[in-house]
Ligand binder design. Structure first.
Ligand code: GUN
Length: 293
């Protein structure tokens, strides 16, 4: 079992130490602004956790909560203010946004240097072309760090199958693994013989949002399985809803060489990577060297 919680805690301690140094040596306190539109309970929980861990790492945390009825222009105005605020080094607009707001337009408005989610087209393109200045999305970076640890730093030549082609996980995950010289397959809802394709994989990253879709007979013995799914399901006869991943953990754990649990796998790493991106972004904006970069 890959302990994402412990790995994330180690990373957060590194981030905290670097923040202390930046405050002491450069009078630089990295600041993160999170924008939440509407009242989705899952998003509210994420935002609360992000805020708490930002403060614990010694950084400045700002939360902007807007009603679901906010207009696109009002949201764009807030993003503009955060772009211009020298205390804010990282801006995260929690997705999804309400239907009436053009998500891509909002993301394009964020200053790419402050785009700690790595969703601005400049950062997406920079990741694809190998620009070292690009900020990369937090969830796939968290997955990559765990994979690098599992394979002792060498992913070259590994067969990696990514299930899911989202802008947030699947596509950037593919770019990151390509950069590590893995052989990458992106599978999705139209893929034929998905079990067969997965059986050839040394690495499976599941990010489809389908509860327990990946079964044990899809997995080559010894393969490393990263489960990005967070699905809330209500089982018959059970009182409380349960969080499960995209992988049938109980059976795949018997075949895989290593596997991330849900919860306690990818989730904590995502937030730790967000904090790291914020520190890196702050250093670049003021022109000081970052130990985490
Ligand atoms: N919604 C789900 N995942 C994410 C994420 O990584 N960033 C943002 N901004 N919204 C999300």
């Amino acid at each position: 079992m890959i302990d994402g919680k412990a790995t994330a805690l180690r990373l957060r301690l590194q981030v905290g130490a670097e923040v202390s140094r930046l405050v002491a040596e450069h009078n630089l306190q990295p600041g993160l602004a999170v924008v939440l539109v509407g009242e989705d309970p899952a998003s509210e929980l994420y935002v609360r956790n992000k805020g708490r861990q930002t403060v614990e790492a010694g950084m400045l945390s700002r939360e902007h909560k807007l009603a679901a009825t906010v207009t696109e222009e009002q949201l764009l105005m807030l993003v503009g203010q955060l772009n211009d605020d020298p205390m804010v080094h990282g801006i995260l607009v929690q997705l999804p946004l309400p239907e009436h707001i053009d998500e891509q337009r909002v993301l394009r408005t964020i200053n790419p240097a402050k785009d700690v989610d790595g969703f601005h087209p400049v950062n997406v393109g920079g990741l694809a072309t190998g620009d070292p200045a690009a900020l990369a999305p937090c969830t796939p970076v968290g997955c990559l760090l765990m994979l690098i640890e599992q394979f002792d730093g060498d992913l070259s030549g590994k067969n990696a199958v990514i299930i899911g082609r989202s802008n947030i996980v699947g596509k950037p995950m593919a770019q990151l693994l390509l950069k590590e010289s893995s052989t990458v397959t992106i599978a999705h809802s139209r893929t034929r013989d998905l079990p067969g394709i997965c059986r050839g994989a040394d690495i499976v990253v599941a990010a489809v949002g389908r509860p327990e879709m990946v079964r044990s007979d899809w997995i080559k013995p010894g393969a490393v399985v990263i489960d990005v799914g967070i699905n809330r399901i209500q089982r018959e006869g059970e009182e409380k809803a349960k969080l499960v991943g995209d992988v049938a953990f109980d059976e795949v754990v018997k075949v895989a060489g290593a596997i991330t649990p849900v919860p306690g796998g990818v989730g904590p790493m995502t937030i730790a990577c967000l904090l790291r991106n914020t520190v890196v972004a702050a250093c670049r904006q003021v022109g000081v060297v970052c130990e985490l970069d």
